[in-house]
Design a protein around this ligand. Structure first.
Ligand code: PLP
Length: 394
C-alpha cells in the first residue's frame, strides 16, 4: 500500500518538518511486536517500566501521565484538571501554538489574559512579572507558556518565568507546553517548579504521533481536587490509580508504548546532556548556513534561539510556500510551512529527534539547491559554513 500520491524518487524522503520527526528503525521494529492483552500480566511490567523511564526525561520525581492523544489533548488535560470555569489564565502569545492554546482556554470557559509578542522572541518575562505584581487579588490562577514555539523557532526561558512567580510571591500554577522541546532542549520540570508539563510523542521523543503527556507537580495534584472544569477522558485521578500497577483506565496505545519504551532507552543510552548538546550544535550549524545565505532568522533574540528548529524568513516579494514546493518536488524533502501570520513568509527547518551531522548536511544541501531552483536571492556557501562548523566542533 502506497501512502504517498506524489512520485517519490529513489532513496529516502527527507522529513525535515519540526515534527513529526523521523522514527528510528529501532523504534519501528519495537512497534512491530504483536499487540498484547492490556489487562494481562505482561502489560503491567511494560506500563510500570515506561512510566518510570519517563521521569528522567521530564526531570521529575513525580507522576507522568500518558494519553492516547495528540498534543492538543494534553493541553486540554492540563487546563481541565487544574482550573474552574471563569478562572483567569495568563497566556504568552509567542506564536501560533500559544495562540491555539489560548483559543482552547477561551472555549473551555477560562478568561485568557494575553501578553502579546511580535513572534520573534520567547515569552516576555518582564511583562509576566509586571502582570503578576499587579495582580494583588491573585485573580490569575495559572501562567501558560509554550517552551519551544514551533511556529517561530523561539524558546522561552522557563526558569526566568518561575523566578518571576517567586519574586511576586504569586500562587498561580505554571503550565508549560514542551511538545517540541522535550527530549531536544534542556528542560527541568521539578527544578523549574513547573506544575504541569505538556508533551507529545512525535518530536524529540522520536515516536509517531499519537501519545501525549502531562507531568504533574504535587501542587497541581492538589489543585485538581477542587478544580471544577468538566473532565472525564482527561481526568488524572483514575489514570493515576490505574498507573500505580502499570495499567490504564481505558485501552492504551499498546504498540506506541513499545515504541516509547525503546525510544526512552535510546535517549537515556545517549545521555540527555549529550542529546541536548547534539541539538544545540545542529541548530548553530543551521544558523551559520542561514546567515551565509544572507537570509534572516525569524528569532531575533539570540538567547531565545531554538535548538529544535530554525524558522527562516524569505526576502520580501518571494514565497516561502513556492520554495517549499520546489524543494519537495525536486529533492523529495518536506520543510515546515509558515503558520498563521507567518504563512508564506517563513519556512521551518526541523533539526530535532533522530538526526546527525550528515542528515543536517543533506537537509541544508536541499535548502541551498532549492533556493537556487526557486529563484530566491541568496549567497552560496551555506552548506560549507555548516560543514566548517561541524567538522571543527566534534
Ligand atoms: N504545541 C506545540 C508547541 C506544537 O508544536 C504542537 C504541534 O505541532 C502542538 C502544541 C499541538 O500538538 P498536536 O498537533 O500534536 O495536537
Amino acid at each position: 500500500m502506497a501512502y504517498f500520491t506524489s512520485n517519490r524518487s529513489a532513496g529516502r524522503h527527507f522529513l525535515q518538518i519540526p515534527g513529526p520527526t523521523n522514527v528510528p528503525d529501532r523504534v519501528l521494529r519495537a512497534m512491530d511486536n504483536p499487540t498484547m492483552d492490556h489487562r494481562g500480566p505482561d502489560f503491567g511490567i511494560l506500563g510500570k517500566r515506561v512510566l518510570e523511564k519517563l521521569r528522567p526525561v521530564f526531570a521529575t520525581s513525580g507522576p507522568v501521565i500518558i494519553y492516547p492523544a495528540s498534543g492538543t489533548g494534553a493541553w486540554e488535560a492540563a487546563l481541565v484538571n487544574t482550573l474552574s470555569p471563569g478562572d483567569t489564565v495568563l497566556m504568552c502569545e509567542t506564536g501560533w501554538f500559544a495562540h491555539l492554546w489560548q483559543e482552547m482556554a477561551g472555549r473551555l470557559g477560562l478568561k485568557a489574559r494575553l501578553l502579546e509578542t511580535d513572534w520573534r522572541r520567547g515569552a516576555d518575562v518582564a511583562a509576566i512579572a509586571e502582570a503578576l505584581r499587579g495582580d494583588r487579588g491573585h485573580e490569575i490562577k495559572a501562567v501558560c507558556v509554550v517552551h519551544n514555539e514551533t511556529s517561530t523557532g523561539c524558546t522561552s526561558r522557563i526558569e526566568e518565568v518561575r523566578a518571576a512567580l517567586d519574586a511576586a510571591a504569586h500562587p498561580a500554577l505554571l503550565l508549560v507546553d514542551t511538545i517540541s522541546s522535550l527530549g531536544s532542549i534542556r528542560y527541568e520540570h521539578e527544578a523549574w517548579g513547573v506544575d504541569v508539563t505538556v508533551a507529545g510523542s512525535q518530536k524529540g521523543l522520536m515516536l509517531p504521533p499519537g501519545l501525549s503527556f502531562n507531568a504533574v507537580s504535587a501542587k497541581a495534584l492538589k489543585a485538581s481536587e477542587t478544580a471544577r472544569l468538566p473532565r472525564s477522558f482527561w481526568d488524572w485521578k483514575p489514570m493515576l490509580a490505574a498507573n500505580a500497577t502499570g495499567y490504564f483506565p481505558y485501552t492504551p496505545a499498546t504498540n506506541l508504548l513499545y515504541a516509547l519504551d525503546t525510544a526512552l532507552d535510546m535517549l537515556l543510552e545517549e545521555g540527555l546532556g549529550d542529546v541536548f548538546s547534539r541539538h544545540d550544535r545542529h541548530a548553530e550549524a543551521t544558523r551559520r548556513a542561514v546567515r551565509r545565505w544572507g537570509l534572516e532568522i525569524q528569532c531575533e533574540e539570540p538567547r531565545h534561539y531554538s535548538s529544535a528548529l530554525t524558522a527562516v524568513r524569505v526576502p520580501e516579494g518571494h514565497s516561502a510556500n513556492a520554495l517549499r514546493a520546489a524543494i519537495l518536488e525536486r529533492f523529495d524533502m518536506s520543510l515546515g510551512n509558515g503558520l498563521g501570520r507567518l504563512n508564506d513568509r517563513v519556512f521551518r527547518i526541523g533539526h530535532l529527534g533522530a538526526f546527525n551531522d550528515l542528515s543536517l548536511l543533506g537537509t541544508l544541501g536541499g535548502v541551498e539547491m532549492g533556493l537556487r531552483v526557486a529563484g530566491v536571492p541568496h549567497e552560496g556557501g551555506g552548506v560549507q559554513a555548516a560543514m566548517d562548523y561541524l567538522s571543527g566542533n566534534a
